[in-house]
Write a protein that binds this ligand. Sequence first.
Ligand SMILES: Cc1cc2nc3c(=O)[nH]c(=O)nc-3n(C[C@H](O)[C@H](O)[C@H](O)COP(=O)(O)OP(=O)(O)OC[C@H]3O[C@@H](n4cnc5c(N)ncnc54)[C@H](O)[C@@H]3O)c2cc1C
Length: 344
Amino acid sequence: METILVLAHTETDGSLAKPVREALHAAATLHKSLAGSKFVVGLIGDNVQAAANSIAACPATKYFGVTGADFSQSRYATDAAAAEAIVKAAQAAVVVAPATSRWARVLPGVAQRLGGRADTHVTGMAATDGKISVSRWYYRQRMEGALTRTQRPWFIGIDPGSQSACDCGPGAAAVEMVAVSLTVASQRTTVVGLREPKADAQTIRPDAQLLFVTGAGWTKKQADGQTHVPEAEKLILDFLKHTRASLGSSKSLVDLGGEGQAVLPFLSHLNQIGQTGATPRHAKGLSTCCHGEEPHTVGWRFINERRAISLDPNCGWARGKADVLYVADAFAVMKKVNELQAKA
Ligand SMILES: Cc1cc2nc3c(=O)[nH]c(=O)nc-3n(C[C@H](O)[C@H](O)[C@H](O)COP(=O)(O)OP(=O)(O)OC[C@H]3O[C@@H](n4cnc5c(N)ncnc54)[C@H](O)[C@@H]3O)c2cc1C
């Protein structure tokens, strides 16, 4: 009988972030299809009662907690000690955790301590004839592989955004506290604060509903024979401000800077999507001024509804890559869209 443990950390306000609910959904589904399995939850944070109560209606039969000020911040030594203690207390065989930056750097080390194994970037879990398998993508998201393991405990990091979130409602959960004795050395590191770009400067937003992709066309000569880069910059930033969309870019556009051409200053290679860029996951995508060559639509595979605005009716998107193609001038369309957004 396998015990499936979902391991989660609380946010600074004591709540659970969406990736936790995604991991819960994936683990609960696995538990359902794995006859005789047990399903438990382990929570780490300053105080985890509110978090446990917020998901009390999930099918977990037991909640474990490691609490205290030492466990409120992201710190390898204390997070690893807490995870190790909960896995042991729960006698967990399969440990499912959201691959937040906090867990991603800790759990492979905990697997090593416990003689287990860890798999990262998992996007699916299944059980067939009592055997668990996980799936993940390889070769820049072009091939999907499924694998099984006999080694336990098996730590599985679920890629945020790859699962639907469980809608387990609130209730009253009884949390069994697990004691962790910390050495002085493990408490040496302290998080003194968080630095993040201003909301307007932060253009990569993994949780956004919409991915807005910009292509090199924004910097090309337009019908009047001139480039309109400052206007493009304003249209794009205004749209992001109104919609809080995440900003993606084609490789051509981010490369232009290196070639000494006029570019949009807020774009970096971190914004690039595609074969040699990122493969973000969003409910919707809107590409503007992109030619959208076939191999680079790889970055769009995990976008559910795809739309594009391009002047060229013969581009790859026109041939069925986008759900909706607007053959139009993106400057004119986005100007109108921004006017409507401003009124909304
Ligand atoms: C090994 C390798 C790896 C690569 N990896 C990637 C990758 O990961 N991601 C990636 O994106 N690319 C990648 N590329 C580059 C890719 O092949 C294309 O060159 C690139 O994606 C094209 O970018 P683009 O569509 O922005 O620019 P362009 O091909 O220049 O297209 C610009 C488009 O803008 C349109 N346009 C111009 N003005 C307007 C307007 N006013 N309104 C509407 N439309 C307008 C034009 O009609 C045109 O279709 C890679 C290439 C190689 C060789």
